[in-house]
Design a protein around this ligand. Structure first.
Ligand code: HEM
Length: 191
């Protein structure tokens, strides 16, 4: 993304790898269907539901939502959720290793909610009001080491900011420098 011309030298994901991912998702969906449990209401249930609709629902057919579309969304969730989470946890743990006093405070907060919620970590237990310090530390890690360095958007109409002397033409790809913005003293005190 940073040097698009370099992509010419990078091989795309090979066919065997793509097929493997596709067949893995299909197998997982088939297992869930075979187990007959639709009570978990998790991502996999939604996926199976959508997958069924693409052969039965006329609206899906009209919109051209095929099995491939559904699998592609699953893959999107997998890559979107995996790399981002592992990257931020890596940065977080490195910082915590350097600052054991912060790690200790997080441990105290987590121990408290485990006592309060019978040892179970539920959505209620990890609300902002229950673990404000821990969530604050995670948000600070996200500020400090944003896994998505450079979100992009395509400008949909000509735009001008006279105050800053910036103009952007319709159709331009705008990249938001998250890493730099997150360290901008105009936005964050003592970044
Ligand atoms: C700390 C962890 C995460 C970070 C920092 C993160 C960051 C982001 C960001 C910045 C975007 C917007 C990208 C854009 O619109 O240009 C995004 C979109 C998305 N993320 Fe995450 N994400 C995280 C975890 C996850 C997880 C766990 C999942 C799935 C289980 C996930 C699935 C997605 C999907 C599907 C989109 C696209 C949404 C859309 O179509 O508008 N992300 N994420």
């Amino acid at each position: 993304m940073t040097f698009p011309w370099l992509a010419r030298f990078v091989p795309p994901m090979d066919e065997a790898a793509s097929c493997r991912i596709e067949s893995t998702f299909k197998r997982i969906m088939a297992d869930r269907k075979a187990s007959g449990s639709k009570n978990s209401k998790d991502f996999l249930d939604l996926l199976v539901e959508q997958h069924d609709k693409c052969t039965t629902d006329p609206e899906y057919k009209r919109l051209g939502i095929s099995e491939t579309t559904i699998i592609a969304q699953a893959v999107n969730f997998f890559f979107g959720g995996y790399e981002t989470t592992s990257t931020i946890l890596t940065h977080l743990f490195v910082e915590l290793a350097k600052r054991p006093e912060i790690q200790e405070k997080i441990k105290e907060e987590v121990d408290e909610i485990l006592d309060k919620f019978d040892g179970k970590i539920t959505h209620d237990a990890i609300k902002d009001s229950e673990i404000p310090y821990t969530l604050g530390v995670i948000k600070e890690a996200l500020r400090f080491a944003p896994p998505l360095l450079r979100p992009e958007r395509i400008c949909t109409s000509d735009w001008e900011c006279k105050e800053r002397g910036i103009s952007i033409k319709k159709g331009t790809v705008v990249m938001i420098a998250a890493w730099a913005a997150n360290r901008n003293p105009e936005i964050y005190d003592s970044p």
